[in-house]
Every structure is written in C-alpha cells, then in structure tokens.
Design a protein. Structure first.
Length: 319
C-alpha cells in the first residue's frame, strides 16, 4: 500500500497553526505521517504543535515535530520529507486549512492499479470578504507552460518520493517562488502525471503576512534570484526547449509590469536589465513589451495572453 506524508514547515505562526492543525485533526482519513518542521520560531508555535501531536497519534498518524536550524521554508521542507518513510509526499503551509476529506481522496488516488509519480490538483484562495477563488491556471505536462502560469505550487502537488529524490528536492537557496522552480524541475523529469480538476481543495488564506496575500515589490530581489535560477536550468538542460526561454521572458515582462504598477520601477528596471531580449524573435520581443505595458496599467490575466502565444508556437514547432 502506498502511504502519504504531510510536511508542514512553520515559523512564528502561533496565530494560524491551531486552525491548520484542527483541519488536519478533522480529516476523514489521516495521512500516514504528519511531519512539522519548526524553522526557528520565537513565539509559541512549537508548543502549539506539540499539544496536537498526541491527538494526531491517537488517530493513527505518525506525528513528529522537528526543528530545522537552516533558515528558509525550502530547507525546512527538505528536512521533513527526507526523514519520511512514506511513498508519497504532500506539502502544506501552516497558515492554511485542509479540506476535511482530502487525504481520503488522496489515498484512493495513490493506491490505484497504476499510480502516477505526480498528482496535480486545484487549490482555492479564501479572500477577506469570505469568497473563494479557485486557482485555475490551466495545465500542460510541458514545462514551458509552468513558467507562464504556475499550476504546480506548494499545495497542488502530491509527489512520489523517488521523483523528489531524482530532482533533488527543494532549492534552499531560493526564498520566493521556490515551488514554481521546483514545479519546473519536476516537469523536466518527464514524470507520469494525474491531473484532477474535478474539485478545488483547501482554504488558502490571503492575509498581509502570507505570500498569497502580499504584493511583489518588497520581494523583487528574491524574484530576480529565482528567475535567474530557472534561466540557468533552461540553459543547462541537455534537451533544451526553446519555448522555455520564450516563456521565461514572457514571465519576466509580466512581472516587470506588475512591479511598475506597484510603484517599484527600480525593481522592474533591474529585472529587465538582467534579461536582455536579444535571443528572441521580433514577434516575441513585441509580445514581451505588450505584456509589460498591459500589466503596468493594472491589466489582469496577462498569463492567458502569454499562454495563448506559447500554445500557438508549440503547435507550429511540431509541424
């Protein structure tokens, strides 16, 4: 039987952890393991998790509360999944809530006759007004589309541990968009994939202290580092896909426009300076400028334009 481990890193999340832990305790079927990783909390977070460990173990879940001295959520996630004994790994954030029947559904998925290496789901964001927004970014097994619109994010991936081992796990050098970068590497490994769009899962909270609820201006340096890392991966891959580089430039110009809209022109300028458009065709250069202009004026859904342009080019490349 294939088993699932839940990995949850946390850092000073005393306000949010009880809600997350209650949602785990309320699961119709528990995960095989629940591994919590304290990334250096100075509030009461560690004690809060400790208080739930016994309750989770009574439900048959092997619950552990670790401490990881290396800073960063990526390092904490690596520390968690590497001590797990489960065949599949599911990562979750400490300030969100699990859907009550998620692990019941997930256990059925990973124990089919021909289980996949990667399961991809849809998550949903809970806004301050109480409304849900499903994070429907489209899906393609081709990695260039993950660059445009990240459908592989922290809470949307159930990953076989052999696949995680193959790609090297999370990159601890990255502080922002580390799940986007991991998703790219997972797809470049050409795994078997089960994409399920029949249901939108969980409650991901958009609040001022979350990645989901924050703007990008304050993180422009970290964003630049992650974009540079993906550019390195593209250039170093033995089977380089030209569409990956085009998609990366589309993403860069969308982000540059967003930074301008958030009154951070210096961040946008720094992005564009580090990624010259010289490798691109005139059409793709024009598309990049269009995407930047559109988002700089508050335009939403630029990824749809970029996705469409990339889709057309992927069809033409096959002919």
């Amino acid at each position: 039987m294939n088993r699932i481990a839940l990995i949850v890193p946390y850092l000073n999340r005393a306000k949010w952890l009880p809600s997350m832990l209650d949602s785990l305790s309320a699961q119709t079927i528990m995960p095989y393991e629940a591994i919590f990783v304290d990334n250096g909390s100075v509030d009461n977070s560690h004690n809060i998790v400790d208080a739930y460990i016994g309750r989770l173990q009574e439900r048959g879940c092997l619950a552990i509360n670790l401490t990881c001295s290396r800073q960063g959520a990526a390092a904490a996630r690596n520390a968690g999944w590497r001590i797990s004994r489960a065949e599949y790994i599911y990562f979750f954030d400490s300030d969100d809530r699990l859907s009550p029947n998620f692990f019941e559904w997930a256990n059925q998925k990973v124990n089919t006759c021909q289980p996949s290496e990667l399961y991809v789901i849809i998550s949903r964001i809970l806004l301050a007004n109480g409304k849900f927004i499903s994070r429907k970014h489209g899906f393609s097994p081709r990695a260039c589309f993950q660059i445009i619109s990240p459908y592989l994010t922290t809470q949307t991936m159930i990953i076989h541990r052999s696949l995680l081992e193959k790609v090297g796990g999370w990159n601890p050098a990255l502080k922002f968009w580390d799940d986007w970068e991991l998703g790219y590497r997972l797809l470049k490994a050409s795994p078997s994939i089960d994409y399920d769009k029949s249901h939108a899962w969980h409650s991901l909270f958009a609040h001022p202290d979350s990645i989901t609820g924050n703007g990008h201006a304050s993180r422009s340096v970290s964003i630049l580092r992650t974009l540079q890392q993906v550019e390195e991966l593209i250039n170093q891959h033995p089977h380089r896909d030209s569409l990956d580089l085009i998609a990366l430039h589309y993403r860069i110009h969308i982000m540059a426009g967003r930074l301008i809209y958030e009154s951070c022109p210096e961040g946008a300028s720094n992005l564009l300076k580090n990624f010259p458009l010289s490798p691109l065709s005139p059409l793709n250069k024009f598309t990049c400028h269009l995407l930047k202009q559109y988002t700089s004026h508050g335009g939403r859904g630029a990824w749809v334009i970029a996705w469409g342009m990339l889709k057309i080019q992927s069809i033409l490349h096959r002919k």
